[in-house]
Design a protein around this ligand. Structure first.
Ligand code: UD1
Ligand code: MG
Length: 453
């Protein structure tokens, strides 16, 4: 099958009014990736190299977004929304290039499993002219019904055009179709709009193809595959299904999730075996974790690389550009951004490390802050191998703490510390014996006088 050429036509011209959003519906994300990009990924995974995206509403925004997830996709604008067949024909120029297989998918059906697409393409390879992906449901309302006769699919009837008898059919059109490229345009060009909605229905090609003696079949798939998103509740439901699949995949690949239903992955999270993820952890886009790491509860991690056997959290926030090398530790209430924490270094409590390097084996005391921003520009802090930064220190960047350097607690470091140097950046302590008691007595009598008066 790999020799067969394939074009995927993804329909995304709908307005998506029920999302009640300024953002086009298909750009709403699932696991951090626009839902239409999930469809693109599935098409690609099914070996469909070429993509045609049919857009209408929010064209500028769609073009811009498409650059990111499908830079090679050809974009077609359907000016008037006259139905799904009309929408597919907006991509006529792409279809007429001549492909073996044409897949038609909806941009708002993000959970499609590539296997379903592969299976549909196989049917085309075996000689079918049209393959319709259907599903069974006890609540078919709103869907087109698949009408079969003698094992053949003879028509798809939209609900509004169904007879009472036909409405009872529970095998529905999922919306996804595979069409033999050599017949696609001929079939589509014969579709009319003589129906309840006065639309050009893609589904009509089933009857047209059958009438010409072509082979038309239905292929059943699980409902999730064809779950369409129309509002935010359905968006959340799809997110839930996606997360469920991903959690299972993670666990089966050797990751321990103590409370899987509380861990959220992104579309691109990579996580190695023997990593343990405690409850309530969020992985934003761009996270890679090697093996044997521990991600403690309530950590928020995005754009981060975590090497093997690192220890993160609880309550850690790793922002983009965080790069933890082997056995590094970032503990509770610490934030790291654009910084390398080298092998075995420890950033244990209440610390902000931004635009910095923390050398191997260095120890950063509680409450240490890299002051990386002056309100206009960002500056770098370089902390050498084996350095020790005492608690509650402010490192005012740009600044360097040399290898083995030692910073006394409570320091404000504005000048670089040489290798093995010791820096005190704080006022010297003055201790006055007996003065504490004296002060207390003075305050007490002043308070008593105020009460009387
Ligand atoms: C469609 C199917 C129906 C199926 C259901 C599954 C047709 C005629 N009906 O109905 O059999 O059960 O999906 O969810 O195909 N679109 C355009 N331009 C248009 C019209 C639609 O781009 O002119 C796009 C929409 O953005 C959407 C997709 O095509 O992504 C489907 O359109 P929609 O209006 O949701 O079709 P349904 O009535 O749900
Ligand atoms: Mg729909």
């Amino acid at each position: 099958m790999s020799q067969r050429t394939c074009l995927s036509v993804i329909l995304a011209a709908g307005e998506g009014t029920r999302m009640k959003s300024a953002v086009p519906k298909v750009l709403h994300p699932i696991a951090g990736l626009p839902m239409v990009a999930h469809v693109v990924k599935a098409a690609e995974a099914a070996g469909s190299g070429d993509l045609a995206l049919v857009i209408g509403h929010g064209a500028d925004e769609m073009r811009k977004a498409t650059q990111k997830f499908a830079p090679k996709a050809e974009i077609f604008v359907q000016d008037k929304r006259l139905g799904t067949a009309h929408a597919v024909l907006a991509a006529r120029d792409a279809i007429s290039k001549g492909y073996d297989d044409i897949l038609v998918m909806f941009g708002d059906t993000p959970l499609i499993d590539p296997e379903v697409l592969v299976a549909a393409r196989l049917k085309l390879a075996e000689g079918a002219a049209v393959v319709v992906v259907g599903f069974r449901t006890s609540n078919p309302s709103g869907y087109g019904r698949l009408i079969e006769k003698g094992g053949k699919l003879i028509a798809i009837r939209e609900e509004k055009d169904c007879t009472d008898e036909e409405t009872k059919i529970t095998l529905c059109n999922g919306g996804l179709m595979a069409v033999a490229g050599k017949h696609a345009l001929t079939l589509l060009d014969q579709v009319g709009n003589n129906n309840a909605k006065r639309e050009y229905y893609l589904t009509d090609i089933v009857e047209i193809a059958g009438g010409q003696g072509l082979d038309v079949i239905a292929a059943e798939a699980g409902f999730e595959n064809v779950l369409g998103i129309n509002n935010r509740a359905e968006l959340a439901a799809a997110e839930g299904i996606w997360q469920g699949r991903r959690r299972r995949e993670a666990m089966l690949s050797g990751v321990t999730l103590i409370a899987p239903e509380t861990v959220y992955f992104s579309y691109d999270t990579e996580i190695g075996a023997d990593t343990i993820v405690e409850p309530n952890v969020w992985f934003g886009p761009g996270v890679t974790i090697a093996t044997g790491a521990k991600i403690h509860a309530f950590s928020h991690i995005e754009g981060a690389t975590i090497a093997s056997n690192c220890d993160v959290g609880p309550y850690a926030r790793l922002r983009p550009g965080s790069d933890l090398r082997q056995k590094a530790k970032v503990g509770n209430f610490c934030e790291v951004k654009q910084a390398v924490i080298e092998e075995g270094a420890k950033v244990n409590h209440l610390t902000y490390i931004g635009d910095a390097r923390v050398g191997a084996g260095a120890n950063i005391g509680a409450g240490t802050i890299t002051c990386n921003y002056d309100g206009y520009s960002k500056f770098f802090t370089d902390i050498g191998e084996g350095a020790f930064v005492g608690s509650n220190s402010s490192l005012v960047a740009p600044v360097t703490i040399g290898k083995g350097g030692y910073v006394a607690s409570g320091s404000v470091i504005t000048e670089s510390v040489p290798d093995d140097g010791l820096a005190f950046g704080r006022a010297r302590q003055r201790t006055l014996p007996g003065k504490g008691k004296e002060l207390r007595e003075r305050f007490a009598s002043a308070a008593a006088a105020r009460k009387k008066g």
